[in-house]
Design a protein around this ligand. Structure first.
Ligand code: ADP
Ligand code: MG
Length: 253
């Protein structure tokens, strides 16, 4: 299996006042193409910090991230390129309230394409065609998450589950090679959780490489190929869902 991303000995320490919080301690993990990895563990065990370090939304205190074998450097150009290839869906959706669903989904890609047009000095006509293609693609993706009739609505007019599906569509728009979810259903009512999990399940069936922090153990067990159990900032156990759920090594797990 082709390895997409490797995290090597990632540590993260937060200094708050006079105390140091060792949020991650030398965590190493690899993600192969098409793999669906679930990260579980109790609150405060470092799951979000690991995800944020993998995305480089947070700079690790030590250790490195390799993307296709190449170290992700902490420079603006390296990070901009990297972030368009590793997507993130947050617990709290983080949509732009002032934009329609369609605009939320197209915005990042439009900025990238405009930049590319400027850099390559493309004609006005070419630029127009490229931007039109973005809208067409966005509508297809919005349709794939079941929201075709909501393209012109604003986030406040949608349910939490619908907003989260827009956030997933927005992340998919950049065709990320790795898509990360941090507790995507924790802010949702139980009856709405299913509609978001269904979208993620479908992406898994399509072979998308994904990483999900979740408390939905049934879902993790059913859909993932690999489960990581975190405890106090370390990867305490890692294995197939069968190994982790049927034969845990620690009593705690
Ligand atoms: P989880 O997602 O598993 O609940 P987190 O990764 O959010 O855990 O947090 C791991 C530890 O790091 C916790 O002790 C938390 O309080 C601490 N932590 C997380 N983010 C920060 C921050 N920005 N500043 C200080 N401490 C933090
Ligand atoms: Mg968290």
């Amino acid at each position: 299996m082709e390895t997409i991303l490797q995290a090597k000995d990632i540590s993260k320490t937060y200094h708050t006042g006079s105390v140091d919080v060792y949020a991650l301690k030398k965590c190493s993990v690899e993600f192969g193409k098409g793999e669906f990895t679930a990260i579980i563990g109790k609150s405060g065990s470092g799951k979000s910090t690991l995800l944020r370090c993998i995305n480089h939304l947070e700079t690790p205190t030590s250790g490195k991230i390799l993307f296709h074998g190449e170290e992700v450097k902490n420079t603006q150009s390296s990070l901009t390129k990297y972030r368009s290839q590793v997507g993130m869906v947050f617990q709290s959706f983080n949509l732009f309230p002032q934009y329609t669903v369609l605009r939320n989904v197209t915005l990042a890609k439009e900025l990238l394409v405009k930049e590319e047009c400027k850099k390559n000095k493309l004609s006005r006509e070419d630029k127009k065609n490229k931007l039109a293609a973005i809208s067409t693609e966005a509508i297809k993706i919005i349709e794939s998450v079941g929201l075709r009739d909501k393209t012109e609505n604003y986030p406040c007019e949608l349910s939490g589950g619908q907003q989260q599906r827009v956030a997933i569509a927005r992340a998919l728009m950049l065709s990320p090679q790795l898509l990360c979810f941090d507790e995507p259903t924790s802010a949702l009512d139980p009856e709405i959780t299913g509609e978001v999990l269904n979208v993620i399940r479908k992406l898994a069936q399509d072979g998308k490489t994904m990483l999900i922090v979740t408390h939905e153990m049934g879902f993790a067990r059913e859909v993932s190929n690999k489960v990581i159990y975190m405890h106090e900032g370390v990867i305490a156990e890692e294995g197939t869902p069968e190994e982790i759920f049927d034969n845990p090594k620690s009593d705690r797990l």
